[in-house]
Design a protein around this ligand. Sequence first.
Ligand SMILES: C[S@@+](CC[C@H](N)C(=O)[O-])C[C@H]1O[C@@H](n2cnc3c(N)ncnc32)[C@H](O)[C@@H]1O
Length: 483
Amino acid sequence: MSGERNGPHRRDARRPGGARRGGAETRARQDRVSAARTVAYDVLTAVRESDAYANLLLPARIERARLSPADAGLATELAYGTLRLLGRYDAIIARASGRPVEAIDPPVLDVLRLGAHQLLGTRVPTHAAVNEQVALARRVAPAAAGFVNAVLRAVSRRELADWLDEIAAGAGSPDEALALVHAHPVWIVRALRSALEREGRGDELAALLEADNASPRVNLVALPSLAPDPGTLGDADAYSPTGFTAEDPIGLVGRMDGRVRVQDEGSQLAALALSRVLPVRPGERWLDLCSGPGGKTALLAAEALEGGAQLVANEAVPARADLVRRAVAPVPMEVPVHVGDGRDLDPAAMDAEGGFDRILLDAPCTGLGALRRRPESRWRKSPSDVAELARLQGELADAAFAALAPGGVLAYVTCSPHTAETHAVLGRALERWGDAAEVLDTASVVQRVARHPLDLAGDDRTVQLWPHRHGTDAMFIALVRKG
Ligand SMILES: C[S@@+](CC[C@H](N)C(=O)[O-])C[C@H]1O[C@@H](n2cnc3c(N)ncnc32)[C@H](O)[C@@H]1O
């Protein structure tokens, strides 16, 4: 063993300049950063500097770097895990370095965050995590390599549980402690708590925050009548009758020509609540008002085809309207996709003079119900987004309700559980609509649609799904009938 180690040195020493080359080789080895870490670091940089979306950027970077499946998995874990838990790691780095993170150069801070995640959130051995991050620091901020080494060694000297106790103890309030430990902004912790408390389930808050920090499974939808039964393709979902998981989801999607798609189970239940609220009368007219990128439109189209209804889609953003066209292409029926602001909705221009029988308003929202899917999103949002979106949601709801035919049903859906976007928008809309509107027992409809009973809480008129309780995104669904 010692011979193996000494061999190269002896050989180098006999050659003129050999010792120098040996030093250079050692330095080169020390400076090596694995491709997976380089990709993860590049993604962190792009998210910080250019507001990039990690879930869009990462696959392209993985492909460009030609990572093996194992390295792609490591790069994904490092980038997503670091971004999700950023607030927690910043608090730990501040303590380990003895200075506020605002005083650390952003590129160096990203190196430290990536290192902290390897040390506290993965099984990467300590020496590999520290050495590679120091090598990365030498590449991106050479003067800070010693600092990175010292901080990461300090981080590595304690277990995660000890660090969490320490940052919780240093927090200014119980809410701030929860926010630091579970890596959510405080205002989001408060919003989620108040949504759970509204259902009498405030004690589930920690479970919800933890569920937001886990990677969601890849869930699939088999378009009814067009794809084989979900149970024959993989493991059927617990709740969605059209949903399932499979061993090789992406391969399966590739082979099924758009008839099998990636779709969250909660999104499927939201679309099915509308398509199955009542038996479909042939010739019914359906509208998907805010349809991009078209996940729910595709499912609605398959359901409309089965029942003999017609479907029209609308989307404000042209590029997203194109995605809707692509999503519905495998369904053998014509689904016109309009581009326009849903608030200016004109049923006559969509060939529905008498109004629509069913409208899905899957409203633009903060997406606080899908935090596990978009790792950086929680740090980018602010309470002012909520107020702005709530106004838009109310205006879209008014336009949708006005476009319903008598007896028609509106599904108001958000992938946010924030009560300002759910109950408050709905409550104010119902006041404006008065006796013309009746909220249906949405909970019974969703239970009837679901494969197995769901543990739903709160008011039966609306449904709130949750990642920690149902394994879905936190979708809100309310069915409203026009008198
Ligand atoms: C929550 S997403 C819809 C997701 C879609 N239902 C699906 O399942 O794939 C909301 C969509 O509304 C669009 N949108 C935003 N403002 C709009 C408006 N004023 N009118 C119509 N669509 C709008 C957004 O571009 C976005 O594509």
